[in-house]
Design a protein around this ligand. Structure first.
Ligand SMILES: Cc1cc2nc3c(=O)[nH]c(=O)nc-3n(C[C@H](O)[C@H](O)[C@H](O)COP(=O)(O)OP(=O)(O)OC[C@H]3O[C@@H](n4cnc5c(N)ncnc54)[C@H](O)[C@@H]3O)c2cc1C
Length: 360
């Protein structure tokens, strides 16, 4: 990238959304630069649990078709990243056990089958269901830290340029057309800029994007024998192949505070112990917090703004790991002017402006 000053596309933010999009744009042979304020992949994307939960009840119904498509893309998405990075991202195929106190609700979900207590015992012997209906759903999970690392190496392998430790603080325009991005130290030129700055996306560019950080605290135990993802209304457990068990999470409106509260971690641990009593004997290995990119209506923000060449791809809230492959594909299609696989007008950044006008 030495002495290079112009790119086709600048991606602001190197989380899983920015990295996946940069890779997708390279497949269209565009020259891409990622500008990342800190280290790529070190914010929400490496704090996530990594469930690929593309089912009703886990995400807004209007996103279900895209989520299903993204979940289907995952094996190929991961295969490519692993191939180009040499990193195994721990894509697990064991499926999820969903606990619900409402048996009618559990039964109407597609792709799930209700388990008898005998088959539950066989699948997850230490799980206590305590009168809940337990359904099995064929679902995958991934280790988001490894995924982000692999995506970063794959992006480099595909010659995506990356500037780390530089916050983008200005969208450069001439006569309403995008011309580049400014940081404190330099300017970078491109006629297309995509804001993938996650929970901080509202702080970049000329429009109030109405993103909001939603804090999630998590912990990991080492040495637990849980094999499936387990989701109850209060807590979820996500096993990793290296022996860790990730337990989450909270949904907190705490601004940009990423501190871990020991009482909250203790409470999550207790909720997990209620499901699997053997976890009482397993030590907490690590605890952390991350900031989900939330929006006013809990839907992502995808599409072009009224400034020609300035796009937004953010606001994936609780589902950004799941939605990364389809977001990257569809946004790349929109940017190069192809018909996208999914209509994303309902996710347009302009929807907030319309609402503001309507309420005037
Ligand atoms: C506790 C928790 C559990 C989760 N569990 C799951 C799950 O099981 N499944 C799932 O699908 N999703 C899950 N998520 C959600 C998922 O992690 C996010 O939706 C996803 O990571 C968002 O990716 P992103 O790239 O938009 O944001 P981020 O990963 O936050 O990346 C944004 C990047 O932009 C950078 N940036 C910000 N401002 C600027 C600027 N001005 N200039 C340059 N760079 C900037 C940041 O430093 C950051 O690296 C979870 C999230 C949390 C916190």
């Amino acid at each position: 990238m030495k002495d290079k000053k112009h790119w086709d596309v600048i991606v602001v933010g190197g989380g899983i959304i920015g990295l996946s999009l940069a890779i997708a744009l390279r497949k269209h042979e565009l020259e891409v630069l990622i500008i990342e304020r800190g280290e790529p992949g070190h914010e929400a994307s490496c704090a996530a649990a990594g469930m690929l939960a593309d089912c009703a009840g886990e995400l807004p119904l209007s996103l279900l078709a895209m989520a299903n498509a993204s979940a289907k893309m995952y094996p190929e998405f991961v295969h490519e990243l692993q191939d180009e990075s040499g990193i195994d991202v721990d894509l697990r195929e064991d499926g999820s056990l969903l606990l619900s106190s409402d048996s009618t609700k559990a039964e109407i979900e597609d792709d799930t089958r209700t388990l008898s207590s005998e088959s539950l015992k066989e699948l997850e012997p230490e799980l206590k269901s305590d009168g809940c209906t337990v359904c099995y759903r064929k679902e995958r999970s991934v280790d988001p830290r490894l995924l982000a690392k692999a995506a970063l190496l794959a992006a480099k392998h595909r010659n995506v340029d990356i500037v780390s430790g530089a916050a983008a603080n200005q969208l450069l325009t001439i006569n309403g057309r995008t011309t580049g991005v400014g940081t404190n130290h330099a300017t970078y030129s491109a006629s297309t800029v995509v804001n993938c700055a996650g929970a901080w996306a509202g702080g970049f560019g000329p429009y109030p994007l109405r993103t909001r950080p939603v804090k999630g605290q998590m912990l990991a135990l080492v040495g637990a024998s849980v094999r499936h993802v387990v989701r109850s209304p209060e807590v979820y457990l996500v096993p990793r192949s290296d022996g860790r068990l990730v337990i989450g999470s909270t949904l907190e409106n705490a601004g940009y505070d990423k501190r871990v509260d020991p009482h909250t971690i203790q409470r999550l641990h207790e909720l997990a112990i209620n499901l699997v009593p053997a976890l009482r004997m397993v030590k907490v290995h690590e605890a952390w917090a991350g900031l989900r990119p939330g929006t006013q209506d809990d839907l992502p923000i995808l599409g072009e703004t009224t400034t020609k060449g300035y796009f937004v791809a953010t606001g994936h809230y609780r589902d950004g790991i799941l939605l990364a492959p389809i977001t990257a594909k569809v946004m790349a299609q929109v940017i190069v002017g192809e018909e996208p696989d999914f209509q994303i007008d309902f996710l347009s950044p302009l929807r907030f402006a319309y609402k503001e006008l309507a309420s005037d």
